[in-house]
Write a protein that binds this ligand. Structure first.
Ligand code: SAM
Ligand code: DTB
Ligand code: SF4
Length: 318
């Protein structure tokens, strides 16, 4: 078993070869190692985050996995942007249901100044006034926009790397990996925490997964939040026919993310509807400490709240 000891816990100089060794070791050793670091370094609660799609569909980017891209014909059609009141009502409901983070999505290539951005700022401050953490995901942004979001009290900006630098242009060609990293840097410089992770199950290799984790773990500081998504294969997208990802591969990614970024919130994100309770519990054993809670992610299904409550109760986490 590769040795991970306390002094090296917050490293930023991982190599892909080291990460592959961690990722591919016998599963029970991997889970043990991740759980050990989890107990030493990360928050032991399971944070519930609720998602809302504020601006749905019609996105200019061509992300092959995404039902909201205008490049693919899916059952998701463009909808008007939700109002500030509608969003804050949903945030109040999320809080009443036990969430303590509220995440809002805009299907945009980038933020543009104007009414919709001004309303985004009102939504952020309204969510913060409710005592919830606020996260926004809305594509690329400039320095001034990042600073305005920070002033509105934004807790985190979600901007995923999605896959390895090498596999990226098999998935998206309308923007580059470099664009992604620049946005992350702007968010960091504005003093907003980073929510940055990826997707598995898009046809990438284990080396691609290790390379994505290498880029994430070598960000300094590490992202505070790392969402791990299993591809939800949506009809009409180029990835519609991808076979479902083996749940044990998901466990491996979650465990490796925990080992590499011991203080991050590792979030088991898209794909939970397809996982058994036992597979989800293995992910929690492997260091996951957040789930999305609520019947919908952005446009796709998430487990029913009752089922999630029952699962958390069954493991004594409610
Ligand atoms: N437009 C913004 C952007 O791409 O940064 C924000 C919204 S986008 C829907 C947020 C993230 O959701 C993506 O980066 C991707 O990781 C994840 N996602 C989107 N569709 C998915 C799918 N079908 N399966 C799994 N994850 C998905
Ligand atoms: C993330 O990594 N996963 C969430 C959140 N960040 C915004 C979104 C998952 C979206 C899944 C596809 C959908 O529901 O449209
Ligand atoms: Fe647009 Fe984001 Fe979907 Fe890509 S993932 S198509 S940027 S909404």
């Amino acid at each position: 078993m590769p040795q991970i000891t306390a002094p090296s816990a917050l490293r930023h100089n991982w190599t892909a070869a080291e990460i592959l060794d961690i990722l591919q070791q016998p599963l029970l050793d991997l889970v043990y190692q991740a759980q050990t670091l989890h107990r030493q370094y990360s928050a032991s609660d399971i944070q519930l985050a609720t998602l809302l799609s504020v601006k749905t569909g019609g996105c200019a980017e061509n992300c092959a996995y995404c039902p909201q891209s205008a490049h693919h014909e899916t059952s998701v059609t463009p909808e008007p942007i939700l109002s500030v009141e509608t969003v804050l009502a949903a945030a109040r409901a999320a809080k009443a249901n036990g969430a303590d983070r509220f995440c809002m999505g805009w299907a945009w290539r980038e933020i543009k100044d104007g009414k919709a951005f001004d309303e985004m700022l009102q939504m952020v401050s309204g969510v913060r006034q409710l005592g919830l953490e606020a996260c926004v995901t809305a594509g690329m942004l400039n320095d001034a926009q990042a600073e305005r979001l920070a002033s509105a009290g934004l807790t985190a900006y979600n901007h995923n790397l999605d896959t390895s630098p090498e596999y990226y242009n098999q998935v998206i060609t309308t923007r580059s990996y470099g664009n992604r990293l620049e946005t992350l840097d702007r968010v960091r410089r504005a003093g907003i925490t980073l929510c940055c992770g990826g997707i598995i199950g898009m046809g990438e290799t284990r080396l691609d997964r290790a390379r994505m984790l290498e880029v994430l773990a070598n960000l300094t500081p590490h992202p505070e939040s790392v969402p791990i998504n299993a591809l939800t294969a949506v009809a009409g997208t180029p990835l519609a026919n991808q076979p479902p990802v083996d749940p044990l591969e998901l466990v491996r990614i979650c465990a490796t993310a925990r080992i590499l970024m011991p203080q991050a919130r590792v979030r088991l994100s898209a794909g939970r509807s397809q996982l058994s309770r036992e597979a989800q519990v293995l992910c929690l054993m492997a260091g996951v400490n957040s789930i999305f809670y609520g019947e919908k992610l952005l446009t796709t299904e998430n487990p029913e709240q009752d089922a999630d409550r029952a699962l958390l109760a069954a493991i004594g986490a409610l």
